[in-house]
Design a binder for this molecule. Structure first.
Ligand code: DX5
Ligand code: ZN
Length: 220
């Protein structure tokens, strides 16, 4: 299975955002993770439509939008028109997940469904055949720079086994606390799309990206 790195700009230096993204591109990133927070579903507020639109104008990286907002169905058209290529929404935030999935699909975008650390893999059962990706949070959503919760990797293992048995080639993304030191563990568990924020932008983003991408490609 192909592995993809999705650097999270939440940890970037916003003064130099464009240059930081160029550095991730030069390092070989394929996705760019964009964390949209509303201050309600999660305590913090990050950024939204204008930032997404600005990114879309200048980068060819696949824009991986992680919606941490209540009732995400309200913003799907807007996110799609601003340039989201993949839209991840939280199962816990949606009163009608199927309609959100259908809306994303009808706009021709990739669909991801996301679960928080306390949500079991079994809660995904009704949706597994309808989505392109499951995003398993390995920290409580809301902030960068936290430590990965190792218990959440059991959920990644469980889900990879389940989807393999079902014959689905689903992408499994992991978000939260991924570092060079635990990357192998995360890939071993069955994830193939890796979000990393502070591990990339906390250092030289080009070098950090290259290190991650090389490790990930070696394991395909
Ligand atoms: C947290 C966000 C993450 C965050 C990851 O709510 O969803 O994408 O940016 O940051 P690190 O890699 O620093 O844990
Ligand atoms: Zn995220």
């Amino acid at each position: 299975m192909k592995n993809y790195l999705s650097p999270s700009i939440l940890a970037a230096d916003f003064w130099n955002l464009g240059e930081q993204i160029r550095a991730a591109e030069r390092g070989g990133a394929s996705y760019l993770h964009v964390d949209v927070m509303d201050g309600v579903f999660v305590p913090s507020i990050s950024f939204g439509m204008p930032v997404l639109e600005a990114l879309k104008r200048k980068t060819t990286l696949l824009l991986d939008v992680h919606l941490m907002i209540v009732e995400p169905g309200r913003y799907i058209e807007t996110m799609a028109s601003m340039g989201a290529d993949l839209i991840n929404f939280h199962l816990e935030a949606a009163s009608d997940p199927i309609s959100v999935i259908k809306k994303i699909r009808s706009l021709g975008k990739k669909v991801g469904i996301t679960i928080k650390p306390a949500t079991p893999v079994s809660a995904l059962d009704p949706y597994l055949e309808l989505v392109d990706m499951v995003l398993i949070m390995t920290v409580e959503p809301g902030f960068g720079g936290q430590s990965l919760m190792p218990d959440c990797l059991d959920k990644v293992r469980q889900l990879r086994q389940k989807v393999t048995e079902m014959g689905l080639a689903l992408d499994i993304e992991v978000d939260g606390g991924v570092k060079e030191s635990n990357l192998d563990m995360v890939l071993d568990a069955g994830a193939n799309v890796i979000v990393a924020g502070s591990a990339i932008f906390g250092g030289n983003p080009e070098e950090r990206t290259r290190i991650f991408v090389e490790k990930m490609e070696a394991r395909e």
